[in-house]
Write a protein that binds this ligand. Structure first.
Ligand code: PLP
Length: 369
């Protein structure tokens, strides 16, 4: 453990002096939360950056999921993926709905559209897909099924900040699109998140819901929650937005180096760029075929840890295996063979804007050994 620790991610931090200047403005104004100047400015700048018409800021990336389901009056059963961060399924549960797990496909690690229809029942009201690792899931197919059965699509795009397909924002796909600005994500506001919506009336309703349902000083129009982003984090977010493209470019260079080094290693699979897609390189997952590689995923994972290189097994274990969800009828491994296989093969390698050549060589050497 003598060598420096290499972590799987590292937060993108604004310049401290610039941040301090903005803090002085906040102190002077004494307006520290409740949709202040920086909150409004960040919403405007994010709409431009993400090429979306309306966005509503949140205090983290879980509450926009919860609020989207509320706003769309989702009830009954919601079809989702077990291969995600646990917040995806929790948001369904917190709305009193039943999560129905559908298997993923290996190509994108997203929900397999060919398996969705078999999971639809008269109680199904929505589909909640995830663009896992920022890779676009099969949204056209998912949307076609949703249209056919009259279902809503709530897109958990927590990993997909800045992703574009054929010049179109991936944060525009679905009825409502949820983003996370958590410290570990490509773009962060310390903690934070947002909901992208399609029209002004919906944006207004979301803004009521995130502020206790207040529609005016004395009027409450819905049982809302409190999930407003404060001015300090909005200011931080404005500064980070100026440098996120540079960070994504550095991540891209890391991905290129990993791919070049690992391309011909038997038993190791990874994703290449997809044509027409602007990727954000939020994660660099590799998938280990133990037989061909000669070691299991866990053998490699613990060897990395011994060398102080901290990969992460995202997303292992599957959400469907947690004690809270494993008794659901859709949670059995026999229903989820691809997700089960992928969860047992994956390691996300260190991926962030500050990885040095030496960090990369140390990581790659362990894998090649
Ligand atoms: C990070 C994440 C969330 C939750 O975001 P928080 O900002 O941490 O609340 C939701 N879904 C996915 C897929 C995530 O990775």
């Amino acid at each position: 453990m003598s060598e420096k620790q290499i972590t799987v991610t590292s937060p993108l931090l604004p310049d401290l002096d610039e941040f301090n200047e903005m803090l002085k403005e906040i102190w002077a104004s004494k307006w520290i939360t409740n949709m202040g100047q920086f909150h409004q400015q960040l919403e405007k700048e994010l709409c431009q950056y993400l090429k979306v018409p309306f966005i509503s800021l949140f205090t983290n990336g879980t509450l926009p999921l919860l609020t989207a389901l509320q706003a769309l009056h989702i009830t009954g059963e919601v079809i989702t993926t077990p291969y995600s961060f646990v917040a995806t399924t929790h948001s369904i549960w917190w709305n009193g709905c039943r999560p129905v797990f559908v298997d993923i496909e290996e190509e994108t690690c997203g929900i397999d559209p060919d398996k969705i229809e078999a999971a639809i029942t008269p109680k199904t009201t929505a589909i909640m897909p995830v663009s896992c690792y920022g890779k676009p899931c099969k949204m056209d197919e998912i949307q076609a099924i949703a249209d056919k059965y009259g279902l809503k699509v709530i897109h958990d795009a927590a990993h997909a900040f800045g992703v574009e397909v054929d010049g179109e924002s991936w944060a525009s796909k679905g009825d409502m699109i949820s983003l996370s600005f958590h410290a570990t994500k490509v773009y962060n506001t310390l903690e934070g998140g947002a909901l992208v919506v399609k029209d002004e009336a919906t944006k207004k309703r979301i803004d009521f819901l995130k502020n206790f349902g207040f529609a005016g000083e004395t009027e409450v129009v819905a049982p809302g929650i409190n999930s407003k982003m404060d001015e300090v984090r909005a200011a931080y977010g404005l500064l980070n937005l100026k440098q996120v493209d540079e960070a994504i470019e550095k991540r891209r260079q890391v991905a290129v180096k990993y791919r070049n080094a690992l391309r011909n290693v038997p038993g190791i699979r990874f994703f290449d760029d997809m044509p027409g897609v602007r990727h954000n390189y939020s994660y660099f997952p590799i998938f280990i075929n133990a037989e061909e590689y000669g070691q299991t995923r866990d053998e490699l994972y613990f060897k990395m840890r011994e060398a102080n290189v901290l990969g992460r097994r995202y997303f292992y274990p599957l959400i469907s295996t947690f004690s809270t969800y494993r008794s659901l009828p859709s949670a059995g491994a026999e229903n989820l063979p691809v997700a089960t296989k992928v969860a047992n093969e994956v390691i996300c390698l260190p991926m962030h804007h500050e990885l040095s050549q030496n960090d990369l060589e140390r990581t790659i050497d362990i894998i090649l050994k």
